[in-house]
Write a protein that binds this ligand. Sequence first.
Ligand code: ZN
Length: 91
Amino acid sequence: MFEHCCPRCGAMLSEDFLRGVDEQFDCPQCGQSTSLARVAPELAYEENDRPVYKIVVSTTGRDAAFATFLSPEEKDWIVARINQHLQSPAS
Ligand SMILES: [Zn+2]
């Protein structure tokens, strides 16, 4: 449930394109050397047999995880909001 896009120009990157690149690559849209940026829920731990997710924002070598204690609805909203931002950065 995560999207890939260029963190510099915001261009969406296809699964086909990403299958052929390493973490570091030249964006086909803006031509700049860049790395993947993505946000996705990842399992943090299980509580009473129910999975509890944290939100992880990944760029090369730098992951940030947060929001573990928010409700599932709030996590969905945050993931969607960050992906929206990554896809259409302010110019
Ligand atoms: Zn780009």
